[in-house]
Design a protein around this ligand. Structure first.
Ligand code: AMP
Ligand code: ZN
Length: 114
């Protein structure tokens, strides 16, 4: 989608602090981190919300969860603990309408958004 900020990051039109990348997903540091580790994982293909993930895209969701595990291990928070969150639509706190997973960690997390 041409006016989507995360599509622009995927295309390299907006810079990001990349954490990992595969053919289907990109992970980068959140620009306003709420915890010492705060990484976003996005599918490269535009999907607006978690509600829009149908069976045909189930594999990309699995890949996002695998990426979260890898990132947690590489950032050294797998054992201390972390949280994987997907905000869905306005009441869920979703501000950017390109599916993304937050990975928070590096401190004791207290509330839903870290
Ligand atoms: P959400 O509220 O789940 O839609 O989260 C959107 C997240 O994207 C927020 O945590 C923002 O800080 C983050 N964000 C917005 N713009 C950028 C950007 N250009 N690079 C990295 N993270 C961003
Ligand atoms: Zn997009």
């Amino acid at each position: 989608m041409s006016d989507c900020i995360f599509c622009k990051i995927v295309k390299g039109e907006i810079p990001c602090s990349k954490v990992m990348e595969t053919d289907r997903i990109l992970a980068f540091n959140d620009i306003h981190p709420v915890a010492p580790v705060h990484v976003l994982i996005v599918p490269k293909e535009h999907v607006a919300t978690f509600n829009d993930v149908g069976e045909s895209r189930g594999e990309v969701l699995a890949e996002m969860y695998r990426a979260a595990q890898t990132i947690a291990r590489e950032k050294g928070i797998a054992e201390t603990g972390y949280r994987v969150t997907v905000n869905v639509n306005p009441d869920g706190g979703q501000i950017i309408f390109h599916l993304h997973m937050h990975v928070f960690g590096g401190r004791k997390l207290t509330d839903a958004m870290g």
